[in-house]
Design a protein around this ligand. Structure first.
Ligand code: UFG
Length: 327
């Protein structure tokens, strides 16, 4: 297929581009490189357009023969979303609205959308399936939920089809392709722990050890970024036009506490990673673990990197490469 990947120079986007190329698809990346990286482009053609620029967006995607779009481009920091809500609505909701309008004008009818566990808010069950109530507790989650509603409405009123993939905690790296995570500022646990170990970041702070969990630290479902990538390949390949709308939760179904994740990182590094206990971070639910049975059943999705040790090892290999070759 000929596919447009927005945000293809970003973390999950670039790994998904790799997976699409490996499956023989023809990929063009659309990215404004505000947070994405040129080194992550993998020789794909780059369309340098901002999704907020509807005129140029339509001009650059019409008559290109795209069969579908995978849409990763978004603002994605929970803390930042609290301080700059209008920026998040403009980028995530406004940008996606422009993209859908341009796709319809260009007669492109298939979209895979990067959604998030943040749409659920505080969980009311141990495992979160697709029907779990959606009450986001941060602006980032709100914007992603609004886009899901938008896509459902468009699919119900036209031939446009959309699949929303809700990631739990994306982590790890593709060492063979020299791809990995690089955010500035970095807010995520695993890269922060590994940057502390590699001497490329600040000392690690653990945000709260008084949660109602086994060791008092937050529990999350870490999913390898290449497993997310394979779900995107399956989603776009299985999609047909005709106004279909689908949602899938993507996780391993296993929860690891912050302390367990730090221990896995220490194993990968081969050294202790010192940390201090700080206060809770606002907006962090105690536990977030997915039920991804629907994706396994309907997309034939079979994640390969469930063990946190493997995820941490690939992230550590990447952090060493990043420090030695890119930073
Ligand atoms: N944490 C620390 N220290 C750090 C960073 C994180 O203790 O330096 C803790 C957090 O408090 C949390 C856990 O480690 O308990 C995981 O935090 P991350 O920032 O790595 O990931 P989140 O669970 O906060 O975020 C993920 C996605 C978001 C999404 C969110 C949904 O990265 O995009 O899940 O809740 F919005």
């Amino acid at each position: 297929m000929k596919l447009l990947v927005t945000g293809g120079a970003g973390y999950v986007g670039s790994h998904s581009v790799r997976a699409l190329l490996d499956e023989g698809h023809d990929v063009v990346v659309l990215d404004n490189l505000s947070t994405g990286h040129k080194w992550a482009l993998q020789d794909c053609e780059l369309i340098s357009v901002d999704l907020r620029d509807e005129t140029n967006l339509l001009r650059s995607i019409k008559n290109r023969g795209f069969d579908g779009v995978l849409h990763f481009a978004a603002k994605s920091l929970v803390g930042e979303s609290k301080n700059q809500p209008a920026l998040y609505y403009q980028n995530n909701v406004g940008g996606t609205t422009n993209l859908v309008r341009a796709m319809q004008a260009a007669d492109i009818q298939r979209l895979v959308f990067s959604s998030t566990a943040a749409i659920f808010g505080n969980p009311v069950s141990d495992l979160i399936d697709e029907k779990h109530p959606k009450t986001p507790i941060n602006v980032y989650g709100q914007t992603k939920l609004v886009v899901e509603h938008l896509l459902q409405a468009v699919a119900e009123s036209s031939d446009f089809s959309a699949t929303c993939l809700r990631y739990f905690n994306a982590a790890g790296a593709n060492n063979a392709a020299n791809l990995g995570e690089w955010h500035e500022p970095e807010t995520h646990l695993i890269p922060n722990a590994l940057r502390a170990a590699a001497g490329t970041g600040n000392a690690l702070t653990l945000f709260g050890d008084d949660y109602p969990t086994t060791d008092g630290t937050c529990v999350r479902d870490y999913i390898h970024v290449d497993d997310l990538a394979s779900a995107h390949v399956a989603a776009i390949e299985k999609m047909s036009a005709g106004g279909n709308f689908n949602v899938y939760n993507l996780g391993n179904g296993n929860g690891y506490s912050v302390k367990e994740v730090i221990a896995a990182c220490e194993k990968a590094v081969g050294a202790e990673i010192p940390f201090t206990i700080g206060p809770r971070r606002e907006g962090d639910p105690a536990t977030l673990v997915a039920s991804a049975q629907k994706a396994r059943d309907e997309l034939d999705w079979n994640p390969q990197f469930g063990a946190i040790d493997k995820i941490a090892q690939s992230a550590w290999n990447w952090e060493c490469y990043r420090r030695d070759s890119l930073a």
